[in-house]
Design a protein around this ligand. Sequence first.
Ligand code: ADP
Ligand code: MG
Length: 684
Amino acid sequence: MPGIAATPALAEKLAKLGLVRADDLVLHLPLRYEDETALVAIAAAPWGEPVQIEAMVADVAVQFRPRRQLVARVCDAAGDELTLRFLNFYGSQTKQLESARDSGRPLRLFGEIKQGFFGPEMVHPRYRVVDAAAPLPEALTPVYPTTAGVSQAALRKLIAAALAAADLGEILDAAFCARHALTPFADAVGFLHAPPPGAPLGALQSREHPAWRRIKFDELLAQQLSLRRAFLARRERGAPVLAASGELGRQLRARLPFALTGAQQRVVAEIERDLAQPFPMQRLLQGDVGSGKTVVAALAACRAIEAGWQAAFMAPTEILAEQHYLKLKAWLEPLGVRVAWLAGSLKAAAKRAMQMEAASEAQLVVGTHALIQDAVDFAKLGLAIVDEQHRFGVQQRLALRKKGGDAASGAIPHQLMMSATPIPRTLAMSYYADLDVSVLDELPPGRTPVKTKLISDARRDAVIAGVRAAVAEGRQAYWVCPLIEESEKLQLQTALDTHALLAEELAGLTVGLVHGRLKADEKARTMAAFAAGEIDVLVATTVIEVGVDVPNASLMVIEHAERFGLSQLHQLRGRVGRGAHESVCALLYAGPLSATARARLKIIFEHTDGFEIARQDLHLRGPGEFIGSRQSGVPLLRYADLELDTALIELARTEAERLLCDNPAAVERHLARWLGSREELLKV
Ligand code: ADP
Ligand code: MG
């Protein structure tokens, strides 16, 4: 495989850009283009857009007011003048311009003309001293993503060499390309790196040109192939067959104070079918906040336990993990199931005891990240359940899976991941293409939808009165403190201040406080008191964002709602509306609002459906944040756009399936070209 000819220092910088092989350079495509194929006269140049001008230096001076700057006056062939201004410059630049002035060699200037104090000027133009009548480039000039110490010129040279050295051979079927109007690969990269004279700048910049379409397709195809292949490899490892009569699950269902919704029944059946297979389930259970995922997980655990294996249930925060533990214990212990609890806050001796339990008799182990620590060694883990999966990194989820299975046969445990942050369809089709997805698309009956109110913080008094009214009716309220992302210390102070202020404003009511810095047992005590109705108003940071379930709480106040992200607001709002009482979510905001904050508040006000909110969020923010830690360290799709290129995702998906069946050699070549050594990182 051709590498890159570069000095070690340059090679190191290139590696930071992910450029190690000639193939990488071939796929390092321009961010944009500059049109240096023509010159315009100063008088004719449009202002405010990039133009190229050729002019002689008339005058060079370093000025000191209002700040130190290099100013040159240039004059074109028609005699029109333009001022050049450099606020950052080197002494050598001054000399260079002076020598151009003295020798009469012209400057080629590239930049935007603006109205200056003394007529038209260019600030920090790109320029070159040229010979008179030096030829103009014939093609658009590509501008590449780069890093300090790697110049555009150096990249261009390296890329031109790579285009000559790399294998640009076509991998896709010619008939397939023709049917779907896909430009041949070599033509596409050749065109994008060096657009021929007259190439349409607009379609290139907007990435709508057919050459871009081919590149986007290839990128999506590589992603689909890689995920799909990881999926197949996992299947080959095998998994314990968790088949059982279903008696334990039936007993649990009989003891529940409610009947399962249709959606829950359907999803439980899907999971049970998977668990009875000899290859590992890799299933994502999506359900909006409050849709009842926990009981589905409990029923899955019953299946594993009845089949003689252990189940582990991991949650991202101690508050949530403990709540799950208490609930699962209450459900399952009466049925004779041994439930263990493992969290970072346990005292050393208790932790050791629980680790022993996990290594021996425990049938269900509930906990936080503590579950994946080295000291924990499961006896016979057959099912790993990860709640709020988007809160964990790939490595953490993998670590839980690695704790189980069967070393002798190489089998790995089944995995059930749960999330209330719905993944928009395009993301589900791309980054999550290797997962099976179950959706709880039905809320348990008897819920009244949460009413959302947007209230200016000038009307805080009205909100305080609302809290009093709710408590007078026997309800409880959450009060979420303003988010201070920059500083944990400030965040803590804000929580303390908010609590003190509310205790005063709500004199006569019991006002509790939870925040991230409390010791785990203090947190647990406060949450238990709130769940038991001993606290009327719980002041909280976002530690209550996920999972917390207190059905009697019917009012959620979020202060400075404009600082929160959409999924956070949706999750927080989901803490209420869990009982039969009419619930309200009051979003207090302080103006003036930025355009994005306004857009977010409008979306959360208008929509209650988590999928719709996630879709709009994706639109607002782009996919990066959704994927979160799953893809950390891996560049997101560089060229394809999940929102715009849905049709290409579909096409890549079907073609990936076909290639995996029919043409393994093409699969290898395509993955080598696109991912090289990076493929490992994509695995789940
Ligand atoms: P989430 O999907 O957000 O994790 P939970 O599992 O916490 O939701 O469930 C929310 C609440 O709904 C819990 O109090 C749970 O016991 C209750 N619940 C779950 N399923 C049903 C059902 N079928 N009918 C009534 N209540 C249910
Ligand atoms: Mg939950």
